[in-house]
Design a protein around this ligand. Structure first.
Ligand SMILES: Cc1cc2nc3c(=O)[nH]c(=O)nc-3n(C[C@H](O)[C@H](O)[C@H](O)COP(=O)(O)O)c2cc1C
Ligand code: SF4
Length: 518
């Protein structure tokens, strides 16, 4: 049998040198006159081990990583094509603790299969959910998704089944499925990993959403910074169309569904669903007032489901294994699994899919391994740039929508950024206001003007000018932004600002005291 070597072509792995490693392996194979099949898979998500190369052996796959081009000769000398020992040897990927501790439902195939092989997708359980969906009444598909407890993974955690039911129940000669792949949150890369590593699962999820709601057309709105994801998705859509997974008769059924990939020009606010719809329609990315809800009047005024990549990519497993199977994972009202993305100053950065319920401390200390700098963890921002900063005192918070909300935090798209004790939380609070000022769409005053005033007032605090009075002013401003903004950009910027003030008051002391303390 010809040896099979897996080298990730995921853009995270490429950024870490996977292409150079692939080149070195090809050169070594030709020099030694050895024949082997190279598969360019996605990443399994342990970026601290990338580029992670795997070989298929008689006893299963064996991983090596992080591999440098200079390791390649030695790997061949150690007999890595049959799983031989070497300093980069990691053993069976399933036994590497970072993977062994995970529950992979949505990401089961990511990093395992050739992303553009539909046969490989099918042989790993792909299309079973869609096959079930085409044999069911739309309302029953919606019922399954509702009963699974799946909530939107884009940030708001809104129940996916309820959104789909609204679109199903709304009359319209044309309905749409829009997939939000803008992925603007800091520390997040789950959407990108799926699009690059298992694109058919997203296509399958969108086709199921179409069948469930009566939508015949779908769009994936991808950020322009994701050229690899865009290329992979375009290729996968063409393959799916040719194979009859998309088209006028999805899997030979009477249901029609087709889709296109669209690239955004790049604005954080274009991840907000109504801005995204404007952008897709070719207009400026400005937030629309709600109502009407997109489910009633969305893209081009038609009933539209807008879901995040991970929400849609989680549907095939629900339709394959059933609502009860999925719902069995998790805690409270947070059901199923969530791909937590661990980034920032952390030792073991990467994507970790697990059932809801792990504590923040377990995620940061046990899975993330603490900071990369080796210094104590000071703060963790959960939920992207609009998420709160949690101190160690809140590390017992379970990863659950309601538990985070109870502590004035949010899960968002499940990205977490770790900071060590050198972080200055006043600077982080200022950054939040500045980010809001730069990214504001300008439609409402609390966000457009408030964020700029927020930067100015925080600068006064930093300079020690009437610090107490100005901190009170920041609090007042945050309340105005929280309750007076049209969307969550202005409405949630107070979370990082107020959590910094509340949990790290020592960083907001007047300048002389701060200097003296340092
Ligand atoms: C400023 C802002 C940016 C957002 N960015 C994203 C994003 O990049 N991706 C995403 O899926 N949702 C984003 N959202 C949330 C979307 O508005 C919307 O809730 C989501 O696409 C719905 O899909 P879901 O129910 O599957 O989560 C953003 C919201 C706001 C207010
Ligand atoms: S809160 Fe900011 S981004 Fe949202 S609508 Fe208002 S101005 Fe636009």
């Amino acid at each position: 049998m010809i040896p099979r070597i897996y080298i990730p072509a995921d853009s995270g792995a490429l950024a870490l040198g996977a292409e150079k490693v692939a080149k070195a392996i090809r050169a070594e194979l030709s020099e030694r006159g050895v024949e082997a099949k190279i598969v360019r898979n996605g990443s399994r998500g342990a970026y601290f081990l990338e580029p992670m190369v795997e070989v298929a052996t008689a006893n299963g796959r064996v991983a090596y990583g992080p591999v440098k081009p200079s390791d390649v000769k030695g790997l061949f000398d150690s007999g890595f094509l049959t799983g031989g020992h070497h300093k980069r040897w990691l053993g069976s990927p399933d036994k590497i603790p970072f993977f062994a501790k995970q529950t992979r439902l949505t990401f089961a195939r990511c990093g395992v299969i050739d992303p553009l092989s539909l046969d490989s997708y099918k042989s790993h359980g792909g299309l079973a959910g869609l096959q079930n969906a085409v044999a069911m009444a739309p309302a029953d598909v919606v019922k399954q998704v509702t009963e699974s407890g799946l909530r939107g993974r884009g940030g708001a955690g809104f129940p996916t089944g309820i959104k789909w039911k609204t679109v199903l129940d709304t009359a319209g000669e044309q309905k749409y499925i829009v997939c939000n792949a803008d992925e603007g949150d800091s520390a997040t890369f789950a959407d990108r990993m799926i699009m690059e590593g298992d694109p058919f699962v997203l296509i399958e999820g969108m086709a199921i959403a179409g069948i469930a709601t009566g939508a015949t057309k779908g769009f994936v709105y991808v950020r322009s910074e994701y050229p690899h994801a865009v290329a992979t998705m375009n290729k996968a859509v063409a393959i799916a169309r040719k194979a009859g997974v998309l088209g006028v008769n999805v899997l030979g059924s009477p249901n029609a569904f087709d889709m296109e990939i669209r690239v955004g020009a790049g604005a954080y606010v274009c991840g907000e669903e109504t801005s995204l719809l404007n952008s897709l329609e070719g207009k400026r990315g400005v937030v629309r007032a709600k109502p009407p809800l997109p489910a009633i009047q969305g893209l081009f005024g038609k009933p539209t489901v807008i879901n995040n990549v991970i929400s849609l990519a989680s549907v095939p497993i629900i339709m394959d294994k059933g609502a009860a199977y999925y719902k069995d994972f998790g805690m409270g009202r947070s059901r199923g699994t969530i791909p937590i993305q661990i980034a920032g100053n952390v030792k073991h950065g990467g994507l970790f899919e697990t059932a809801f319920g792990l504590t923040l401390g377990e995620i940061v200390d046990d899975i993330g391994g603490g900071t990369a700098s080796g210094r104590p963890v000071k703060a963790v921002q959960v939920g992207g740039p609009l998420g709160a900063y949690f101190p160690r005192a809140l590390f017992d918070t379970p990863f659950d929508y309601e538990e985070f909300a109870k502590r004035d935090g949010l899960i968002g798209h499940a990205g977490i950024t770790v900071f060590d004790d050198t972080a200055d939380m006043l600077k982080q609070a200022r950054f939040a206001m500045e980010f809001c000022a730069i990214e504001s769409c300008g439609k409402c005053t609390p966000c457009r003007i408030g964020s700029t005033r927020g930067v100015e007032v925080l600068d006064k605090v930093a300079a020690g000018i009437e610090a107490e009075k100005n901190l009170a002013l920041v609090t007042d401003l945050c309340n105005t932004m929280k309750f007076g903004s049209l969307c969550a950009l202005g409405g949630f910027t107070p979370y990082p600002v107020m959590s910094s003030i509340t949990h790290f008051p020592e960083d907001f002391k007047p300048a002389p005291a701060r200097v003296a303390a340092e």
